[in-house]
Design a binder for this molecule. Structure first.
Ligand code: HMG
Ligand code: MG
Length: 297
């Protein structure tokens, strides 16, 4: 049975904009405010990582300081270590996310350490977050394939997810980072992970490189999943995968879910305006098919 509602975790301002040309701080602030106005309740607003690695996110503290806070909206940020957590906390985040991978090679290139070392780095962050009452989300990348290693065993994804759970994250987002998954593989991976981690604590994060993201979601939607990650206008890409596109567009997901009678709390025309506006600012094609249609209405 499909769920009656889905919680959308909007990653456009982070996963999207970290892979786009630099955007002015005021445009990021406007985008985040627009997303909250459209009814999104969980927005990943920035990232507290090394500016040498990801210059696009260097102004995350300033962005968080400028947005108009909407009651009931949780603004979060990526934090790879304790230093990032402390900076995010000072900037006023409601929630943070740690991130590792199911692939050793990807983990090494993305955060410069092994999977095991990444978990060790998260431990002091988790302790501090618990002390100050900040919820921590966890990401596992490369759950359906790695740009360096190719096939990733679902049991390996489950093992990493289990470690994050034991560390104390409240939710684990399973990322098809390079968007290579197909529906049966996605469902098989989810079922394998769900045999180790309660499905209510899992989220799915599909990039749409091969146009499979909606199909993957549909194949997983009756497994007990209630949280999905998407990016407005399908923003983003992946520096590690040639031709890789961004996350599934939020507009496309909302259109499908509403069509299935599943509530999201999102006002689609309003969301589509936010997507059209940021696409225009970036001078790129709108990565949402639904957004392209609604923009002409
Ligand atoms: P490191 O290179 O291993 O070395 O960094 P370090 O710890 O010695 O730090 C290097 C420099 O970064 C030092 O500065 C540190 O002070 C600084 P320097 O002395 O050279 O001037 N530094 C920091 N600066 C700001 N904030 C921090 C911080 N920590 C250290 N928190 C580190 C390790 C993880 C920081 C680095 O590798 C990094 O920032 N990597 C960026 C990774 C990243 O953001 N990737 C993209 C996001 S992941 C993703 O998109 C996937 C996801 O969407 C899910 C999916 O699709 O699969 C989540
Ligand atoms: Mg991603």
């Amino acid at each position: 049975m499909y769920p009656s509602s889905i919680s959308i975790y909007e990653v456009g301002p982070r996963d999207g904009l970290q892979n786009e040309r630099p955007v002015a701080m005021r445009d990021k602030v406007q985008l985040i405010n627009h997303l909250a106005n459209a009814g999104l309740k969980r927005i990943e607003a920035g990232s507290f990582v090394s500016a040498k690695w990801v210059p696009q996110m260097a102004d995350s503290a300033a962005v968080l300081g400028q947005i108009t806070r909407h009651a009931g909206v949780r603004y979060s940020a990526l934090t790879p270590n304790l230093a990032g957590f402390e900076a995010a906390l000072a900037a006023g985040v409601d929630e943070v996310a740690v991130f590792t991978a199911a692939s050793e090679s990807f983990c090494q290139r993305n955060i410069n350490c092994s999977i095991q070392e990444s978990i060790t780095r998260f431990a002091p962050l988790m302790k501090q977050a618990k002390l100050v009452g900040i919820p921590v989300r966890g990401y596992v990348s490369c759950v359906l394939g790695c740009p360096y290693e190719g096939y990733i065993a679902p049991t390996q994804v489950a093992a990493v997810a289990q470690e994050l759970l034991q560390l104390g994250v409240y939710e684990i987002s399973l990322g098809d980072t390079i968007g290579v998954g197909t529906p049966l593989k996605a469902r098989n991976m989810l079922d394998t992970v769900a045999s180790k981690v309660p499905v209510a604590q899992l989220a799915l994060h599909f990039h749409d490189t091969y146009g499979q993201a909606l199909a993957n979601i549909l194949a997983c939607l009756d497994a007990g999943i209630t949280t999905l990650d998407t990016a407005v206008a399908g923003l983003g890409g992946c520096p590690y995968a040639r031709g890789a596109s961004g996350n599934l567009a939020t507009e496309d997901l909302v259109y499908m879910l509403h069509g299935l009678g599943i509530q999201t709390g999102v006002d689609l025309p309003n969301l589509a305006r936010a997507g059209a506006q940021i696409s225009q600012i970036l001078k790129r094609n709108n990565g949402s098919k639904v957004g392209q249609v609604l923009a002409t209405e």
